[in-house]
Design a protein around this ligand. Sequence first.
Ligand code: UFG
Length: 329
Amino acid sequence: MRVFVSGGAGYVGSHCVKDLCEHGHDVVVYDDLSRGHRGAVHPKARLITGNLGDAATLESALSSQTFDAVMHFAAFALVGESVDQPLMYYRNNTINTLILLELMARTGIRRLVFSSTCASYGTPRQVPIPENTEQSPINPYGRSKLAVEWMLADSAAAWGLGSCALRYFNACGAAEDGSIGEDHQPETHLIPIVLQAALGQRPHVSVFGTDYPTADGTCIRDYIHVEDLAEAHRLAIETIRPGEATAHNVGTGQGHSVREIVEAARRVTGQTIRVKEAPRRPGDPPSLIADATQIQTRLGWRARWTNIEKVIASAWKWHRSHPAGFDDR
Ligand code: UFG
């Protein structure tokens, strides 16, 4: 397949591009490199530098060849930042997706895999969370993504778009071959922060909230390896049918607390990793775990990376060999 990948230089996008290239697909990456890295783009993929909001550049990129499908990752994904700068999130995540959809309609591309999020559920009443849980996001990031899911459903009925929204839980880990990994500036995610502490790049890890209603008082998340996410995207793109909008959770179905992640990282790295208890971070639900049975039944996908130490070890391999991240700054 010829696949157009927006945001293919970002963390999840670049791992999906790698997986597509390694499975014989022909990939064009469209990325403005504002948060992504040139060095993360697989050598077999062609990179076009551009922003989704630049409709002229995007249209010429989408028309540069005939594409069978689009995978759309380009977005901002930090909950706290979205609270401070909501309009920036609605512009980049929602309005720019609308531009992409308009141009897909115009250029006749009818298949899309969309990078959605478990943040669209807000604080769910039921954990593990099945897809039919009410989507009631509690921050602008989740709302900016949920609005896109509505556009996809309406576009299926109106102009035959076939789409699959993948609602990721906590993406983590790095390519097993060590070639690419996670590099955010600034870093806010738990596992890279814990590993930066193990490398001595941070004095300690702040544990945000120790009074949650969980077994050890810290938040529980479902950590899904980025290579498992990549496989889910590839299976989704191969099974999308025009005129049908679907959505699947992508998670392991297992939860780990913040303290369990730190403990696992201590075992993997052999380092002490100091922690400091800190207040809760606004907007963090106590527990988010996927009910991932639907994607298993419909796409035959199942998480392979179910051992959290192996997941952390893959990230550790990347962080140790690239202590300053990609060398493109
Ligand atoms: N945490 C800490 N200390 C840190 C960083 C994180 O205790 O220094 C805790 C958080 O409070 C949370 C857990 O570790 O309980 C995971 O936090 P991350 O920042 O790694 O991930 P989030 O769960 O906040 O965010 C991820 C994605 C978002 C997505 C969200 C859905 O990054 O894009 O899951 O909940 F919206």
